[in-house]
Design a protein around this ligand. Structure first.
Ligand SMILES: [Zn+2]
Length: 468
């Protein structure tokens, strides 16, 4: 009799996952379309790392990204489409075009008893993660989004900070200061973890967790100094914390790919894609242990920057390996130059040459025909012009009542990143998003549902159907 009961229970347990994967990983590269994925792929092949794991998956789909009010989506509308299955207006997160709250795949999973983890390298209240748990008509309402995070009841959040804007906090009368947002999160039973050490020592059974390792976003992968966990480490910890009888749903976002896309910073862009690929590999290692139960989907929310693999200057060639010479993001380089201005407002171009060389690997002397990192006279002219503008702009900022009427932002980093992209043969057409479709790839249980030609809403529809 006991044996019969056991067999019946075993059959019920097996049937619970008969038509759905027990474990779901959804990876989203923000601003990651085909050129971003393939630039990182070709770079990886050239440097001996082989093709990206995310590109070597057996199923793929061209995926349409538009929002309800524009062919060019923003991240909030795209996340809502991929999470909830409904096209909405740009800037709306987790609500339809009328502002009505929507149910996300993550929320459906949670309702079905599945554990849910939301991970990102930007702020945890940013548009992409918010699409999975929040219901706001304004993606900038990070205070309201924080309240939604706490109310979601999801098991595990990790990434950058809450980025709560005090102006938004004031709109919610009961919580008037940033600190109160954290208080609200705690009141809903979350343990808040703020250091990598504490994060890595978390154990299953520690309850609901909100881990945030910075006030704003995490460092770009190219600038990482080891003080914050990588996305791959976050995925590994999420697996450890969420594994159990009912399985898990994990959304992990490479959020800063988009930022370097906006900044047309090729090397920083590809390093963040490689970091996302490391996280995908962690999921694949898990999938290989649970091949019949695990689904992995990797996609992007939209393209950023109008990136192209080819540029007028390099003809029928690309020199992606040159990107390995860049050692920091353009944004960090900018910080270093302004720090140098601060230390000496009478700095000359010669003084910043070593900073440029260290950041980008450019050489100011040598034979440009033999060594591609040697700057041409034309390149140097452009850098000097940008430097002269920047030092004047810096001095104007420290002089009171300045009548400075030039471009009111620093230009040298932008000039360096253009020289770098053009040496490699990478073109950028804009600093915003584009309507280019993205590539979705998938592997494991039910992966075939994410192949062919997809709309971004199809990703949510297929995932929600697992839990209905
Ligand atoms: Zn963006």
């Amino acid at each position: 009799m006991k044996k019969v009961v056991f067999l019946v229970l075993a059959a019920i347990a097996a049937s619970a996952f008969a038509d759905r994967p027990k474990y779901v990983f959804l990876f989203i590269g923000d601003g990651m379309s085909v050129p971003q994925r393939m630039t990182a792929d070709e770079f990886s092949r050239k440097s001996g790392g082989g093709p990206l794991a995310m590109n070597a998956m057996p199923f793929s789909a061209m995926t349409r990204t538009c929002s309800s009010d524009s062919l060019v989506t923003d991240s909030a509308a795209a996340a809502t489409a991929m999470a909830c299955g409904v096209k909405t207006k740009n800037h709306y997160a987790g609500v339809d075009p009328e502002g009505k709250p929507l149910v996300s795949s993550a929320a459906a999973a949670k309702k079905a008893g599945v554990k849910v983890g939301i991970l990102t390298t930007v702020t945890i209240t940013h548009a992409t993660p918010a699409g999975f748990y929040a219901h706001r008509k304004n993606r900038g309402d990070t205070y309201g989004i924080t309240l939604d995070l706490a109310d979601s009841g999801f098991d595990f959040f990790a990434g950058g900070g809450l980025d709560v804007n005090p102006k938004n906090a004031l709109k919610h009368k009961q919580y008037e200061a940033c600190g109160d947002a954290c208080e609200y999160v705690r009141s809903k039973g979350y343990k808040i973890v703020e250091t990598k050490d504490r994060f890595l020592s978390l154990k299953p059974g520690d309850g609901k967790v909100l881990a945030m390792f910075a006030n704003g976003s995490l460092d770009a992968a190219i600038d990482a100094d080891g003080s914050q966990p990588t996305l791959s480490e976050m995925v590994a910890k999420a697996i450890e914390m969420l594994d159990g009888d009912n399985g898990f749903f994990i959304m992990a976002e490479g959020g800063k790919i988009d930022w370097s896309g906006h900044g047309n910073d090729s090397a920083t862009n590809l390093r963040d894609i490689l970091a996302l690929d490391e996280a995908v590999k962690t999921a694949i290692a898990f999938q290989e242990k649970h091949p019949d139960d695990t689904l992995i989907v990797v996609t992007g929310d939209h393209e950023t920057g109008g990136m192209s693999m080819g540029f007028a200057g390099t003809g029928y060639a690309l020199y992606l390996e040159l990107l390995s010479n860049q050692t920091m993001s353009v944004s960090k380089f900018g910080d270093k130059v302004t720090a140098a201005f601060k230390a000496n407002p009478n700095l000359s171009f010669d003084d910043v040459k070593p900073i440029i060389s260290k950041a980008f690997g450019f050489k100011f002397e040598g034979d440009a025909k033999k060594d591609k990192m040697v700057l041409s006279a034309e390149d140097i002219k452009g850098l000097v012009k940008a430097f002269e503008h920047d030092i004047e702009f810096y001095r104007a900022k420290i002089e009171e009542n300045s009548k400075y009427d030039g471009v009111k932002r620093y230009l040298l980093g932008g000039e360096c990143r253009l020289v770098m992209s053009h040496k490699c043969g990478i073109g950028w057409s804009c600093g915003s998003h584009t309507a280019m479709p993205v590539l979705s790839t998938s592997k494991g249980r039910c992966a075939e549902k994410f192949s062919g030609s997809l709309d971004n809403t199809d990703i949510a529809k297929a995932m929600k159907a697992f839990y209905e």
